[in-house]
Design a protein around this ligand. Structure first.
Ligand code: SAH
Ligand code: SF4
Length: 376
């Protein structure tokens, strides 16, 4: 993120953050500063492979170059306002950006992978009726430095440097935190290019999933420019129900959304689209709904992720009973679609993706309990 110059003339020009610049942007900045182009490759390696935050540690650069860089630039990432570690290994960070706004990032370790759930916006302009993020008033897009910064800060905290080593803690990334990534697509594209670069953080496109509420006109561009896995927050099988749960449906109804899914670039049986379906008691969880869902999926290489609803104070819904969820899931599986029920993770630290900052806002209001490690 480029920091705005100070208002007074006698204030020194603030330093520019090099984090979040794509490779070509970084090259341009350094070449404009009079350095050779290959210096960008060296700096990139230090920042995204080694996790360096201090130019003085960049020993492949001469000392005068290191000094020159540190006079004009910084390598900054978000600070940690709060860190909570769950007994099941889930870690939730409340991260603070330069303007004081905060967002949450969650790490979810599993047997064969470690997934980092990141945010694309502060708040969300959409108002899905079951999602607490949609009720937050402050909304702005996150800059590439802030999206990539979430990964860097998480890697610092998990001691994950150098990147791309065997046994690395973070193997997968999901854009399922706060915000609608397809409303911030240009910054998301740049961020993903940086995250995927194989001389840096090096997480492959097959291990990255972007979740959208269904911003139909941006879905194709997302596929062409990022080629990452797509997840769709479907949550209902009829337009009248989806209009209430996911109001963007009024603009882009189910039929149009599924049409965009059918032509998502690179989709096939080995690379399915995930449909997220939050289980809301008496609203969208009848066995008739499950059968309709199977019909809608016809011809789409799909996986259906059933998400137990995570209630928040004042939320107008309840989670479906677990027996209902199992029966719903069976109908979908019998039709040949994988239908995992998302296991609640980090429930002791309220780490559910999609609800990220909400709890922290409430914690703030009641003067926040101190950070804790592993209390159940
Ligand atoms: N805006 C994007 C990505 C962020 S939301 C989207 O809507 O897809 C990530 C996922 O969390 C979505 O599937 C969302 O529907 C789900 N989610 C939001 N609130 C939830 C809640 N209270 N319980 C369970 N899942 C929720
Ligand atoms: Fe926004 Fe996604 Fe929440 Fe809907 S579910 S309000 S799109 S973050």
């Amino acid at each position: 993120m480029q920091i705005k110059p100070g208002l007074q003339n006698n204030v020194a020009e603030p330093k520019i953050n090099l984090v979040g610049l794509t490779r070509s942007e970084l090259e341009k900045v350094l070449v404009d500063a009079g350095l050779a182009k290959f210096r960008a490759k060296q700096v990139w390696h230090w920042v995204y492979h080694k996790g360096t935050t201090d130019f003085s540690e960049m020993t492949t650069l001469s000392i005068p170059i290191r000094e020159e860089l540190s006079q004009a630039y910084v390598l900054s990432r978000p600070g940690i306002s709060q860190e909570q570690r769950s007994v099941d290994g889930t870690v939730k960070w409340l991260l603070k950006f330069l303007d004081g706004t905060e967002a949450e990032t969650v790490f979810i370790p599993e047997k064969d992978r470690g997934t980092l759930c990141i945010s694309s916006q502060i708040g969300c302009t959409l108002t899905c009726s079951f999602c607490h993020t949609g009720t937050q008033r402050l909304v702005r897009n996150l800059e590439p430095s802030e999206i990539v910064g979430q990964v860097l800060t998480a890697m610092d905290s998990l001691e994950a440097w150098p990147s791309a080593q065997p046994g690395r803690p973070i193997t997968n990334i999901v854009l399922m935190g706060m915000g609608e990534p397809l409303y911030n697509l240009d910054n998301v594209i740049k961020s993903l290019q940086i995250i995927m670069d194989n001389e840096g953080i090096s997480i492959s496109k097959r291990r990255i999933t972007l979740s959208t509420s269904g911003v139909v006109p941006e879905i194709h561009k997302c596929g062409i420019e990022t080629d990452v896995n797509l997840a769709i927050s479907l949550h209902a099988v009829t337009d009248p129900v989806r209009d209430v749960l996911v109001p963007i449906n009024k603009k882009y109804p189910i039929k149009e959304l599924l049409k965009a899914c059918r032509s998502y670039p690179g989709v096939n049986n080995a690379r399915r689209i995930t449909f997220e379906y939050v289980m809301l008691k008496g609203i969208n969880d009848s066995l008739g709904d499950a059968k309709e869902l199977v019909k809608l999926m016809e011809g789409i290489p799909a996986k259906i992720n059933l998400i137990p609803f995570n209630p928040w104070p004042g939320s107008p819904y309840e989670c479906s009973d677990s027996k209902q969820i199992q029966e719903f899931s069976k109908i979908i599986m019998d039709a040949g679609y994988p239908s995992p029920v998302r296991a609640p993770r980090g429930s002791d630290i309220l780490a559910a993706c999609g609800q990220l900052k909400s709890e922290s806002l409430r914690l703030k209001k009641r003067d926040r309990v101190p950070d804790f490690i592993g209390s159940a």
